[in-house]
Design a binder for this molecule. Structure first.
Ligand SMILES: *Cc1c(COP(=O)(O)O)cnc(C)c1O
Length: 376
């Protein structure tokens, strides 16, 4: 029997693609650790979702034999009210990851350039390459800048050519935790030609308290080429149910709807998202707790001599230097899971999700067991 060369059969863009690296095999690790794992590798919100969201999801399970609402009507109406938009400005995704992939499927392709930042979220590069487009990476801000490795919006605007059709920006960004201010974005968006789609990924928007930050939502009415993506996976703590959404011009959303799988968001996810939006006090308490814990963890790590990036998210990028791989391995041996950053070209760093106070204390204790309390 002759072997089939499946690589050769795949579309050009997919031949050179490497699958998204989700980090460790957590299911296997959990089994080994017998429930004692401290999972700080995936930027989940371990403060947990609104109990009302979980109750709504449970209720929806009774209807699991039916297809979910293909329009996601209740959720779109709730979001339309929140943002004072029409439901036709809203696109629902099986997580925002799905939508990020589909922007490239729809607006990019062979012969088209997609611009992203060198230390931007990994999904952007994957999306561009899967669509067969050329990825153009603008350099991030230098390490000694006020916002080290943050998006350099001037460099990103300068990377636009006649072939550019799509730009991905995260604000704040993963894995750096960095952000940019309203003035920088305003100057940037003015420079982008109106036939270039700008996707601003605001997965961590709820965590931001820097006064100079502003959601790109505020520019939507003036710039029809702008799309903002959001998710229920982070502050709303519903990562397992896979619900994200995009806000944009009705015509852009209508084109995207053509490739959306009809039942892409499941029933429990839709119900939980609606209930979570309605539980504003739970969200506020969860975000407040995470910010408090983030600042405490940042200070505790800095006191130990580690370089910690500024962050407006629920995670911290931390530089451990030449010993990084060793630190990561020894923490894992103690049941603490962090995210290695080699895939982002930052092998000297680890990304640490801010957990509950108990989880963060376990992390610090495990670190001290390796390096001694003075550490660094
Ligand atoms: C976590 C994250 C998302 C959210 O992904 P979902 O598919 O909505 O769970 C999107 N963008 C960035 C930058 C993220 O870190």
């Amino acid at each position: 029997m002759t072997a089939v060369d499946f690589d050769a059969l795949a579309q050009t863009g997919i031949r050179s693609l490497r699958a998204y690296d989700p980090g460790h095999d957590l299911v296997a690790l959990r089994r080994e650790a017998e429930g004692l794992l401290t999972e700080l590798g995936s930027n989940e919100n371990s403060h947990g979702p609104s109990p009302k969201a979980i109750a709504a999801a449970r209720g929806a399970l009774d209807e699991a034999f039916r297809y979910p609402d293909p329009l996601g009507g209740d959720l779109k109406r709730a979001l339309a009210e929140k943002y004072r938009l029409a439901t036709s400005n809203i696109l629902l995704g099986n997580g925002s990851h799905e939508l990020l992939m589909q922007f490239a499927q729809v607006f990019a392709g062979p012969g088209v350039e997609v611009v992203a930042s060198r230390h931007g979220f990994a999904v952007y590069a994957l999306a561009a390459q899967a669509a067969g487009a050329s990825l153009v990476l603008a350099d991030s801000l230098p390490r000694d800048a006020a916002m080290p490795l943050g998006h350099d919006l001037t460099a990103m605007a300068a990377a636009i050519t006649e072939r550019t059709r799509l730009i991905y920006i995260a604000n704040p960004n993963n894995p750096t935790g960095t952000w940019f201010d309203a003035a920088a974005f305003d100057a940037f968006i003015q420079r982008v030609p109106d036939n270039v789609i700008v996707v601003v990924d605001e997965a961590y928007a709820e965590y931001v308290d820097a006064p100079e930050w502003r959601s790109a939502f505020d520019w939507l009415a003036a710039y029809p080429n702008l799309i903002v993506t959001c998710t229920f996976s982070k502050a709303h703590a519903l990562a397992g149910l896979r619900v994200g959404y995009a806000l944009g011009h009705v015509d852009a959303i209508a084109v995207m709807e053509r490739v959306r799988e009809s039942f892409n968001v499941n029933g429990p996810g839709l119900a939980a998202a609606v209930a979570s939006l309605a539980d504003a006090s739970h969200l506020r308490e969860s975000v407040d707790a995470t910010r408090r814990e983030r600042d405490a963890l940042r200070d505790a790590l800095a006191r130990r001599g580690w370089k910690v990036w500024p962050s407006q998210t629920n995670f911290l990028l931390v530089e451990f230097g030449a010993e990084t791989a060793d630190v990561e391995r020894r923490l894992l041996a103690q049941g603490v899971v962090l995210r290695p950053m080699g895939g982002y070209g930052l092998p000297q760093c680890l990304r640490i999700t801010v957990g509950t106070s108990i989880e963060n204390a376990r992390l610090l204790a495990a670190l001290d067991a390796i390096t001694g309390p003075a550490g660094g």
